[in-house]
Design a protein around this ligand. Structure first.
Ligand code: ZN
Length: 212
């Protein structure tokens, strides 16, 4: 048995980590206290720890890759499972952190997401389908439609800008173009045609108002 100066408890020797500089080759604090101290330190020095970890990772890329490759499938799954559990246990905190990270550099995360979708098309489709099923229930659709109506009523100018933007978008033009599999050139010309039509309509409207 050994006395832990931190929690003031007497515990079996196995409950203490090793410390070669000590006479009994055991740490002065029990493993639980040591873990708590490490955790508190990391929390209080988050930026410093993150920076240090980053430097370590950069300097030991090969070592880390080798270690990861050498892990068994079970070990990898266990690690993924533990990480998932930790995320779930701290869901709100985790989500807030993710949002903050995203807000810092949205372009980076949009790119990462795109890459992931390209690499996992089937999984992405399945997730999108699940999300639609979750979010497109009649009740939720009705709430969204109501919210949308209100927004349009309160933001006529923004709505007009959004409308014009959409009507100049490739997605819209592809939707309404009366040609099967249009080439880029045809898309471009059709867009020009639409803009011209719009402008003519605007001029005509102006004239008719001026006349009347
Ligand atoms: Zn202790």
């Amino acid at each position: 048995m050994k006395y832990c100066y931190m929690c003031k408890a007497r515990k079996p020797l196995n409950d203490f980590g090793s410390n070669k500089s000590k006479i009994d080759k055991k740490a002065a604090e029990c493993k639980l206290c040591a873990a708590a101290r490490t955790k508190a330190y990391k929390k209080a020095n988050a930026d410093k720890v993150r920076e240090k970890d980053k430097i370590y990772r950069e300097a030991n890329k090969d070592k880390i890759k080798h270690y990861r490759d050498s892990m068994s499938k079970e070990k990898k799954e266990e690690r993924a499972y533990k990480a998932k559990k930790a995320r779930q246990a701290d869901k709100e905190n985790f989500n807030a952190k993710q949002r903050a990270k995203y807000a810092k550099d949205p372009e980076k995360y949009r790119k990462l997401a795109k890459k992931w979708i390209a690499n996992n098309p089937n999984k992405a489709k399945e997730i999108a389908k699940q999300s639609r099923e979750r979010n497109n229930t009649p009740e939720k659709l009705a709430i969204r439609a109501e919210r949308c109506k209100k927004w349009i009523k309160n933001n006529p100018e923004k709505r007009k800008v959004a409308c014009d933007k959409y009507k100049s978008s490739e997605a819209y033009i592809k939707k309404i173009i009366p040609v099967d599999n249009p080439t880029d050139e045809i898309l471009y010309m059709y867009k020009a045609h639409l803009i011209l039509q719009r402008e003519l309509r605007r001029i005509n409207n102006g004239n008719s108002k001026a006349v009347s």
